[in-house]
Design a protein around this ligand. Structure first.
Ligand code: ZN
Length: 442
């Protein structure tokens, strides 16, 4: 794709451009032009020789690639990073829920989500899907840093940290949609937490809510052995995917976080209903939840993307580590070193993320017409030399420290490895909260 304009808002000139389009097109000495937040041309640098731009970034000596997409996260949970290590999902949730009950307010979500979004931006993430209490605060935090966001009203069957009983929770969900519908930087989904925190009737109500509003659903499912046992005890011996199916959740093309414990029939059912998966290998490993059968899902036609999960289970919001661990865990689980090749891992973190979110027309690849979500990756660190295969370097050697520039929706959010927003006030506020949490002795 060439067709460079005479004048652009932003031009990245030079660099090895990995488009991550369907053909995996590359330009070894390329250029990308951006106008009004959208990519208008991608091609060899020579084709952009006559183009001038208000802002020009020298991409020489970098890899230029799409921004990473984190399809499952609870950004504000950075507040509890390291507070509940070395326990399984059940033990983790008990301790974290105690801390949330005592300390979560719209204000603390705001400072936590700002740090979370900043951490993600510095690590090359330009869009994330977030499920958490008081989602308005996360919307504001993502905007403060400059990232786009998939989020929506959260549903649990009990009163929850936000102290909303069931009828009021549904009303608040309606109000949230009314406040945010149509925002160009937001994708809205209905976000029931799981089928162990909602009963069958409540899940069906959320499915109805999603249908009424034309929304997809984001939900945790089939994550760990303890969850499978809990769901069976609550739903007459059923398994999460069966519960989702009966409640109408699978009719809303859900994005399912984890999907570790699946039967062959469940994999086929997910494929048939258009469900997609956010695979969270670091969280799954750390909580000893299990290894998702990524290969079986992909072969069945399920779109599998990558998530970090929250930083209190992960324990960070690093999609480079998620890429690498996704590959390593598949090698171990299948005893096949080619189970998930490096290029597929990079695709899962970019175009695959967009696909799983239903945003493939919008982002995930460097193509004219798509949102200008673009990274430059430094290649001057010892671990990035030599560079026989850029996908291998990205999947198995690169890290957040190699992210030089991050452009999200055409705007620079990180330049030369430094965040453009000043978040000093939020860092001080989180340190003060840390003291309060320590004094409370949770
Ligand atoms: Zn989660």
């Amino acid at each position: 794709m060439t067709g460079f304009p005479e004048r652009a808002d932003l031009l990245i000139r030079g660099g090895h451009v990995l488009t991550m389009d369907r053909a995996f097109a590359e330009h070894s000495d390329g250029a990308v032009a951006v106008t009004a937040g959208r990519i208008v041309a991608v091609g060899p640098r020579s084709a952009a020789a006559a183009t001038t731009a208000a802002t020009e970034i020298d991409g020489t000596g970098t890899i230029v690639m799409p921004g990473l997409i984190n399809t499952h996260c609870h950004a504000a949970m950075v507040l509890f990073r390291g507070l509940a290590d070395d326990r399984d999902l059940d033990g983790f949730l008990r301790r974290v829920w105690a801390a949330e009950t005592a300390f979560i307010t719209p204000g603390t979500v705001g400072i936590g989500a700002t740090l979370g979004a900043a951490e993600m931006a510095l690590g090359g993430i330009t869009h994330f899907a977030d499920m958490y209490w008081h989602p308005d605060a996360t919307v504001a935090a993502a905007r403060r840093i400059g990232l786009s966001l998939t989020t929506g009203p959260v549903f649990v069957g009990f009163d929850g940290v936000d102290r909303l009983p069931w009828p009021a929770r549904l009303q608040e969900a309606e109000a949230f949609l009314a406040r945010h519908r149509g925002a160009p930087d937001l994708q809205l989904m209905a976000m029931p937490h799981s089928c162990y925190t909602l009963d069958a009737a409540q899940l069906a109500e959320v499915a109805g809510f999603a249908t009424r509003h034309g929304l997809r659903i984001h939900i945790h499912g089939a994550e760990s052995p303890s969850e499978m046992a809990l769901v069976a005890s609550q739903h007459d011996g059923a398994r999460p995917i069966g519960v989702f199916d009966r409640a109408g959740i699978l009719d809303r093309n859900p994005l399912i976080a984890h999907a570790v414990h699946l039967t062959e029939a469940e994999v086929a059912r997910l494929a048939a209903t258009g469900a997609t998966v956010s695979h969270c290998p670091l969280s799954n490993a750390k909580l000893a939840s299990g290894t998702a059968a990524v290969g079986a899902l992909v072969r069945a036609g399920v779109s599998v993307s990558l998530g970090t999960d929250g930083a209190s289970s992960g324990n960070d919001l690093d999609l480079w580590k998620a890429m690498r661990h996704a590959g390593l865990m598949q090698c171990l689980a299948t005893q096949d070193p080619a189970a998930l090749p490096a290029r597929d891992l990079v695709a899962m973190a970019t175009a695959g993320g967009a696909q799983a979110l239903g945003l493939a027309q919008e982002t995930g690849a460097l193509e004219a017409g798509k949102r200008a979500d673009i990274l430059t990756i430094r290649l001057d660190a010892p671990h990035m030399v030599p560079l026989y295969d850029p996908y291998s370097a990205l999947a198995y050697a690169a890290g957040r420290e190699d992210v030089r520039d991050v452009i999200a929706r055409g705007r620079a959010v990180v330049r030369d490895g430094r965040l453009c927003a000043d978040i000093g006030a939020e860092i001080s506020a989180v340190r003060a909260l840390e003291q309060q949490i320590k004094e409370k002795g949770i």
